[in-house]
Design a protein around this ligand. Structure first.
Ligand SMILES: NC(=O)c1ccc[n+]([C@@H]2O[C@H](COP(=O)([O-])OP(=O)(O)OC[C@H]3O[C@@H](n4cnc5c(N)ncnc54)[C@H](OP(=O)(O)O)[C@@H]3O)[C@@H](O)[C@H]2O)c1
Length: 298
């Protein structure tokens, strides 16, 4: 059957790379976004979601839209729950009613970080912050309402089409001789185009369920920052490792939220490449984008 994929949040960091990857794979894409002229969609609007599904008749929905401001969610939890819980609920209900499979993106922040090993799909979630709670609520709506689903947890996402950690480090390094970066939180960085390619493999597979998709390799924010500057050839900025408790922020974050792609391992499916290789590709893509549009440096 020909795939016709409706994407939510098509103008976000992952959504942009996913729509490109779908086009490259010659899969028809319906790129919905809040301000899209052709496919405008606010996922918190129950009726609008159902109407868009009926109008466009996708064979699969890939749900990338989210409220992603982790600290903002502590200040305005209702806003986070409206998008991440109600919005996902709307999609799950419409997909179930129309018998359309749903691939919903979730997060490593559903875990509390108390275990020292990377988290598998079989470890129990216990989110520490409002963002994680709202994303877990969305997961639970999908599980309860829509039998044909893939829930995909990813982590520490970076890509050329949005603000992300390596971009923040490179911008800060332009003006500051020294940066302080947390060295005792562990995670698995994930390059948006690598995740997009893995999502396309997944929606072609018949085995519904929960998956962890992240680049291979566990690291800390400190090491991620150090490697970013080293690979980009930036040597004038020093990075000082600090403890998470010395970095004040509204949201509590897990000490360890590294994801292990255990479902793929068990299935003998290909894993994503090491994050360091992906980072090198990201830095090249970012440099290309900045040379085409120097305003992006600001
Ligand atoms: N970024 C990470 O480090 C990370 C880590 C783990 C998991 N994830 C998950 O990965 C997925 C993609 O994240 P991302 O980094 O690509 O996020 P992003 O760049 O913030 O994109 C999210 C998109 O959703 C849109 N959106 C917000 N509210 C909406 C609504 N009510 N209706 C329709 N669209 C709405 C946003 O539009 P506006 O910009 O116009 O508001 C934005 O384009 C999300 O599910 C996120 O939770 C991300």
């Amino acid at each position: 059957m020909r795939i016709r994929a409706l994407v939510t949040g098509a103008k976000g960091m992952l959504g942009t790379d996913l729509c490109r990857a779908l086009a490259q794979a010659q899969i028809e894409c319906i790129p919905t976004a809040l301000d899209s002229p052709d496919y405008p969609l606010d996922i918190t609007d129950t009726q609008a979601v159902r109407q868009m599904m009926e109008r466009t008749a996708p064979t699969v929905v890939i749900h990338c839209a989210a409220y992603t401001d982790v600290d903002g969610a502590e200040r305005e939890p209702d806003a986070a729950f409206r998008v991440n819980a109600l919005g996902t609920w709307n999609l799950a209900a419409s997909c179930a009613a129309l018998d359309t499979p749903l691939c919903a993106i979730s997060t490593d922040f559903v875990f509390d970080g108390a275990q020292s090993a990377p988290y598998t799909e079989f470890d129990p979630p216990a989110p520490l912050n409002q963002y994680g709670k709202s994303k877990l609520a969305g997961e639970n709506c999908v599980r309860a309402l829509c039998p044909k689903h893939w829930i995909v947890r990813t982590s520490w996402l970076f890509g050329a089409h949005g603000r992300c950690f390596p971009d923040t480090i490179l911008r800060a390094a332009q003006t500051r001789p020294q940066l302080r970066v947390v060295a005792d939180q562990f995670g698995t960085p994930t390059y948006a185009p690598d995740l997009a390619a893995a999502l396309i493999r997944l929606i072609r597979s018949p085995l519904y369920g929960t998956y962890h998709l992240a680049n291979t390799g566990v690291t800390t924010w400190y090491e991620f920052a150090r490697r970013t500057l080293e690979t980009a050839g930036v040597s004038q900025t020093r990075i000082e490792p600090i403890r998470a408790q010395d970095w004040v922020s509204p949201a509590r974050r897990p000490r360890n939220s590294a994801l292990r792609a255990y479902a793929l391992e068990l299935q003998g499916a290909p894993l994503l490449r090491p994050w360091q290789e992906a980072l090198a590709d990201y830095l090249q893509a970012r440099a290309r984008l900045h040379s085409e549009s120097p305003a992006a440096d600001g």
